[in-house]
Design a binder for this molecule. Structure first.
Ligand code: ZN
Length: 315
C-alpha cells in the first residue's frame, strides 16, 4: 500500500523524463504517446512532472508539441505541471499554456551558459528577473524555480568553483524565484561534494533551497540523492528508465532512475506517495512511445524483494 492519502509524503519526486529524457533522445515521441505516458506516471502517484520545455522547435523538435502536452497534463487531478523555460519568450509561451510551475536552467559554468542559452551568467540572472516580473504581472500563482546547472562540474570548463554556484543561487533568489535547486548536469558530483554544497546553499538562501537534480553518469546518482536527503533536501528530480542528458554537455547521460530512487526511499521508510508496482507498469507506456530506446533501472530488472511492502513501515 502506498502512503495514506491523508498524510503528505515525506519527499516530492519530480519526474523529469518527459522533458529531460525526451529532449535527449534522437527519436521524437508522438504526442499521443507522451500524453499516455504522463497519465501512467500520474496514476503511479507522481504529483509533479516536468512535461516539456518551451524552446524553438527548430532547436528541439522533440518539444514542438509542448503546449499540447501541457494541455493534457492540466487535466490530471492534483498534478503540478512544470515546464522548463530557458528565456522570457519560453516563459511567455509556458504561461500562455497554463503551466503551474516554471523551471529556469541557470548555468554556474560560464562556458556551459554560453553554449546552452547563449548568454553570460549575468545576462541569465537578468532574464530570470524578467521572467519573474512577467509571472507577477500575468500569472501570480505560477511558481518559478531556478536550477543551477553544472553546479558540480562542467564537461566544457571542468571545475566549477563553489563560490560561483552560491553567488548565482543568491542572485536568483534575490531575483524573486521561489526555489533554487542544484543540478549535476554532467554526472560529476560525489556525495561529499553534494553534502557540502547543499549545506552551503542552505546557509546562503535558507528555505529557498530547492531540488536535487542528479544524473547517474558515473553510477553515483542514488548516493548523491541520499547525501542531499541527509542535508534536508526533500525534492528530487528523477527520470523514468533513466532517460536524460544534455545536448550541450557532451557525454552526459541519464538522470537518476525514478524507479530505483523510489525503491531506495520507500525501503528506508521515507514515503514518496508513489506506488512502485504502478510506476514500473508505466514503463510500458514509455516503451510504446520510444520503441528500441534503451531503458535503465536496477529495480525494474530485478523486481521487488520477496516480502517487500511499501506500507510495512506503518506496521
Ligand atoms: Zn538533467
Amino acid at each position: 500500500m502506498p502512503s495514506t492519502p491523508t498524510s503528505a509524503p515525506d519527499v516530492l519526486i519530480s519526474e523529469v523524463g518527459p522533458r529531460d529524457g525526451l529532449q535527449s533522445v534522437k527519436a521524437t515521441m508522438p504526442t499521443a504517446h507522451k500524453c499516455q505516458w504522463i497519465t501512467a506516471l500520474h496514476a503511479a502517484g507522481l504529483r509533479e512532472i516536468e512535461v516539456a520545455s518551451f524552446v524553438p522547435a527548430q532547436l528541439l523538435p522533440q518539444m514542438a508539441d509542448a503546449a499540447e502536452v501541457v494541455r493534457h497534463a492540466l487535466t490530471l487531478p492534483g498534478l503540478t505541471v512544470m515546464a522548463l523555460v530557458p528565456n522570457l519568450r519560453g516563459a511567455q509561451a509556458a504561461l500562455a499554456a497554463g503551466v503551474h510551475k516554471l523551471t529556469i536552467p541557470v548555468s554556474a559554468s560560464a562556458a556551459h551558459s554560453l553554449a546552452n542559452v547563449r548568454k553570460t551568467r549575468e545576462a541569465m540572472v537578468e532574464e530570470v528577473r524578467n521572467i519573474v516580473a512577467l509571472r507577477d504581472a500575468q500569472a501570480p500563482h505560477t511558481q518559478v524555480e531556478a536550477g543551477i546547472s553544472t553546479a558540480f562540474g562542467c564537461t566544457l570548463q571542468g571545475l566549477v568553483p563553489e563560490e560561483d554556484v552560491l553567488w548565482l543561487a543568491a542572485q536568483c533568489a534575490r531575483a524573486g524565484v521561489g526555489e533554487v535547486g542544484l543540478s549535476d548536469t554532467t554526472g560529476y558530483a560525489n556525495p561529499s561534494q553534494v553534502r557540502r554544497l547543499f549545506r552551503r546553499l542552505r546557509a546562503e538562501i535558507g528555505n529557498k533551497t530547492g531540488a536535487a537534480h542528479m544524473h547517474n553518469t558515473r553510477g553515483l546518482g542514488l548516493a548523491n540523492c541520499l547525501a542531499a536527503f541527509d542535508e534536508g533536501v526533500r525534492t528530487f528530480d528523477a527520470s523514468q528508465g533513466g532517460l536524460g542528458g544534455c545536448p550541450y554537455a557532451p557525454g552526459a547521460s541519464g538522470n537518476v532512475v525514478t524507479e530505483d530512487l523510489v525503491f531506495m526511499l520507500e525501503a528506508m521508510g521515507v514515503s514518496t506517495g508513489v506506488d512502485i508496482a504502478k510506476l514500473i507498469a508505466a514503463r510500458e507506456a514509455l516503451k510504446a512511445g520510444l520503441p528500441g530506446e534503451p531503458l535503465y533501472g536496477m529495480t525494474p530488472d530485478a523486481g521487488l524483494p520477496k516480502g517487500f511492502s511499501q506500507g510495512a513501515r506503518h506496521a
